[in-house]
Design a protein around this ligand. Structure first.
Ligand code: URA
Length: 209
């Protein structure tokens, strides 16, 4: 996959995103729809992952098939990224899962990692960094930088809704990392919420502020 931003143009993704956006979607439906859209988005997010030919024996003869070259590591950014995890794991059940938590350092105003647990051999893997909302881009760009420090080389960032400000920041810091999203919305508001967006993805998924 080329570096740059891919917006998934698919009617099923668009209709699920519309249900996620609706303010009157119940917490249960929000969870189900986030799970489902994350499953669907995995096909685009994994497009072009390295694969090699393998020979398989069918009941009738040999066939040439394919297998992924590298293991896949999923890294949700805590906590909202967890909402997309299980849907992606439905499609990649053997993926390893790391976790990363980002907070704003009040003295430097820069994103600081408060938790990071990823496989030691992350450099040998294809890594999907996951967070539903690419808002300011500070936490996702900080998380990607931390994963690179840990040795990650083949990174992709998967989000649900992005905005121009977040894309500019993330791709400015990480021009090498492809971004896959279901939508690019209009703007950030003064509270750093994406407009029109869907509100706070973590709050809506977990039912707690
Ligand atoms: N995080 C969210 O969950 N929603 C936004 O709109 C922005 C950041």
């Amino acid at each position: 996959m080329q570096a740059g931003v891919t917006v998934i143009d698919h009617p099923l993704v668009k209709s699920l995103l519309s249900r996620l956006r609706a303010a009157d979607t119940s917490p249960g439906s929000f969870r189900r729809h986030l799970h489902e859209i994350s499953r669907l988005m995995t096909f685009e997010a994994t497009r072009g992952l390295g694969s090699r030919e393998v020979q398989v024996q069918t009941p009738l003869s040999e066939a040439t098939g394919a297998e992924l070259v590298r293991p896949v590591v999923l890294v949700p950014i805590l906590r909202a990224g967890l909402g997309m995890l299980n849907g992606i794991l439905d499609i990649l059940p053997d993926a390893q899962v790391g976790h990363i938590g980002m907070a704003r350092d009040e003295s430097t105003h820069r994103p600081a990692t408060y938790y990071c647990n990823v496989p030691a051999d992350i450099g040998a893997a294809d890594v999907l960094l996951i967070d539903p909302m690419l808002a300011t881009g500070h936490s996702s760009a900080g998380a990607a930088a931390r994963l690179k420090e840990q040795g990650a080389k083949n990174l992709r960032f998967v989000c649900l809704v992005a905005c121009p400000e977040g894309i500019a920041h993330f791709t400015g810091e990480h021009p090498d990392i492809p971004v896959v999203t279901a939508a690019i919305d209009d703007r950030l508001d003064e509270n750093a919420y994406i407009v029109p967006g869907l509100g706070d993805a973590g709050d809506r998924y977990f039912g707690t502020p």
